[in-house]
Design a protein around this ligand. Structure first.
Ligand SMILES: Cc1ncc(COP(=O)(O)O)c(C=O)c1O
Length: 377
């Protein structure tokens, strides 16, 4: 049992043993020939990028994926030596930082490709890049359908070396549909076209978590899992195909307990009025911690192994819960917002359903004000 440290008790525990377990499940799923690029963007999906990346590097992660230059620099400053792919690519004024920190930019547009090639060439250097192909995600990337127009420009590059080529699936929760099959087919065609023109990237990659679990045809040289590293299934049905362990739990302690008569209103705007004599607990956490205001009168937490509903509106720093039905409750009792307590559990997926979002947003919204405590036994 891990105890919440002294001081403000709203904290996240990050179980690095579970993270290591999840990584090893991926490794055994894809086999030793396929590399694993661990997605640690957005502060390691909210788990603390530095600690997560160090643990994954020790497990043998072949590369890391971040969204921005700054995220990549953070990992380098923490001593991570593994290759790092920066999905946002390089803005013109960032070129030197890419060199200084040995970061690999993604190229997703012809304009930035030409500018970057010129900037690197003028420094009399060479830079590895990964080409992002838009095969149907409709986000960033060179349009696969326009390969005839951009391929000649790729061939003429002076200073950029195409180390990798990749694409991203539109479906993250289930990659079994025909749209994914179509994206896979388009991607293969582009890779073949590149090869036919003498461009042979050593790292061809496509698979997100869902494809890592269910679509070996999308493995190529490397997979790019994110969500599953953190112990969350892209969809519940995948639990039968791989065993993952949740990495993060979010806890606090009861700040104040109040007995109030029926008819008492709780929190801003009188949206919760007690129907009976009630016991209301105030928790030292709120939407500024990333506990969504959409959980007002909708979310639940665990106290003494039982569920207690959020009462009234979630405030910036405080949230009330109705603990009338929970026995032997005391100020200072542990409250679980996400994770297990006894036999009960609140998962990121369940919290996401209450707020009409996805587990990714739940995890990445937990704010910096909440300390992440990394546990390794
Ligand atoms: C380009 C890219 N690759 C891989 C991933 C990982 O996806 P998932 O977390 O579903 O495994 C993401 C996540 O958003 C992404 O943007």
């Amino acid at each position: 049992m891990v105890t919440i440290p002294l001081g403000r008790p709203t904290v996240c525990f990050v179980d690095l043993n579970a993270l290591g377990w999840n990584f090893r499940q991926i490794r055994s799923k894809v086999g030793p020939q396929v590399k694993v690029l661990s997605m640690v963007k957005a502060n390691g999906y909210g788990h603390g990028a530095t600690a997560i990346s160090k643990a994954l590097a020790a497990e043998g992660s072949d590369a890391f994926g971040v969204a921005t230059l700054e995220e990549g620099v953070e990992l380098r400053q923490a001593g991570i030596r593994t290759p790092i792919l920066v999905l946002a690519g390089a803005y013109p004024d960032q070129v030197d930082q890419f060199f200084d920190n040995s970061l690999t930019p993604v190229i997703h547009a012809l304009e930035s490709l030409a500018k970057l090639d010129l900037a690197v060439h003028s420094r009399k250097k060479a830079l590895n890049v990964h080409l992002k192909i838009d095969t149907g995600m409709g986000r960033i990337g060179l349009l696969a359908a326009e390969v005839d127009s951009w391929l000649p420009k790729i061939k003429k590059l002076k200073a950029l070396k195409i180390e990798g080529v990749f694409s991203h699936f539109s479906h993250a929760e289930n990659v079994e549909g025909s749209y994914t099959t179509r994206q896979l087919r388009i991607f293969k065609t582009v890779v073949e076209r590149l090869r036919a023109e003498g461009i042979a990237p050593s790292l061809v990659h496509l698979a997100n978590s869902a494809a890592t679990i269910t679509l070996p045809a999308a493995y190529f040289d490397m997979v790019r899992p994110g969500l599953m590293l953190y112990g969350i299934y892209p969809s519940a049905a995948m639990a039968s195909q791989i065993c993952l362990k949740p990495v993060l739990s979010w806890k606090t302690r009861i700040l104040q307990l109040k007995k109030v008569p029926a008819g008492s209103s709780i929190s801003y705007g009188q949206t919760f009025v007690t129907k009976r004599d009630s016991l209301i607990a105030t928790l030292p956490m709120g939407y500024a911690d990333g506990y969504s205001r959409l959980l007002s009168n909708r979310g639940e937490v665990l106290v003494n192994g039982k569920r207690a509903p959020v009462a009234g509106r979630v405030c910036m720093d405080l949230t009330m819960i109705d603990v009338t039905d929970i026995e032997k409750i005391q100020p200072g009792d542990e409250v679980v917002l996400l994770g297990r307590q006894g036999d009960a559990e609140i998962s990121a997926d369940e919290m996401a359903a209450w707020t009409n979002t996805i587990s990714y947003e739940i995890l990445t919204s937990i704010s910096n004000r909440v300390p992440r405590i990394h546990l390794h036994t």
